[in-house]
Design a protein around this ligand. Sequence first.
Ligand code: GLN
Length: 447
Amino acid sequence: NALLDRIDEKDKSIEGYITVAKEDALNSAKLADESIKNGGISPLTGVCASVKDNICTDKILTTCASKMLYNFVPPYDATVVKKLKAQGSVIIGKTNMDEFAMGSSTETSYFKKTKNPHDLAKVPGGSSGGSAAVVAADEAIFALGSDTGGSIRQPSAFCGVVGLKPTYGLVSRFGLVAFASSLDQIGPITKNVTDSAVVLNAIAGYDKMDSTSADEKTDDYTKSLGESVKGLKIGIPKEYIGEGIQKEVKDAIMNAAKVYESMGAEIFEFSLPMTKYALPAYYIMSSAEASSNLARFDGVKYGYRAENYTDLTDMYLKTRSEGFGSEVKRRIMLGTYALSAGYYDAYYKKAQQARTLIRNSFAEAFDKFDVILTPTTPTTAFEIGKNITDPITMYLNDICTVSVNIAGLPAISIPCGYDKTNMPIGLQLIAKPFAENTLFKTAYAFE
Ligand code: GLN
């Protein structure tokens, strides 16, 4: 009830929620109360979570912030939601996002523009901007986001909270509306590193419903919190602190490196020359996969259907023209173009080759270092409206985050200072696959 009151008061200005699931939340809160009375308590019993609106919730509207799914009520829970509920967590609502998770500012949502709680004139980042904003504004205890090219980490950096993108395959994607299936991962957005580890404990693990789920043993992700970073080898790739990085961001990152050094870690600068291919490769691959994944939205199975049409083809055409926003259409066109017979070798195949090179260069780096340290974003949060008409500038915002998805690695963004206008700066730590515990140890030591 306290949190629902808080949402009532705060969300008028933040606009982080698409749906507040009041009845469901109060019902599950009652169940949580009962299980506490009966001694059945887990770390998440009664703890309120908000869930990004591209993650299916049984009987609760799931729109992907698109007109295309404005009325879609899933008949099942995503695996992550099922797991949270099994732990007694209370789903309090569904958060705003860029349409189908395409964007870096939450401005492509069909419904509303979420504001950054640190400055209401600025974007919260994206695409999980609603999730990050409601955690930062104390309108949820924690949230789930999805990250295809930075969508958990970038909004977490912009809003001054902690965002984890787990290793590809560690968290089930069953029930996550697919954007780019080979890159998408669900992860926690929390107020601190401990909460991030606790939530990961609840949602990680093999799921037979997701064919890309990793059949690996999970760990207790809280066990390394508090361990020393003495002797830890931390690499800083020079491509991530060069041109285009706001000075205050770079200063905060270098300062964080000094803090780690003072705790006994060893700091090295090195080069990841493949970085320059990451953005173009990402936008080709993610758009190609999106064009295929979004083919299912045709007005037949669910969601929006155009009202006036002459025949089936006309119905498809009108439904998709009216149901998708312009950024989604741009990605579908880019994707189908890159996949078309005459251009496949020049674009999609090249992007896949770049992917292999990027993945290999990270593997080599992790022979030498335990952790890679970079900024999460080149700048702090920008003004609402500033980049939305310029897709290339918007895409450039993902320069520090996309490589991690391309290589399937885990990465965490934690707050590491403020710029002179008091906007938060995010520090990104990257580790090798399934080394989430190394990330938590390193992140916790700085916090
Ligand atoms: N901003 C990136 C994009 O627009 C990343 C999105 C995401 O991670 N879902 O594709």
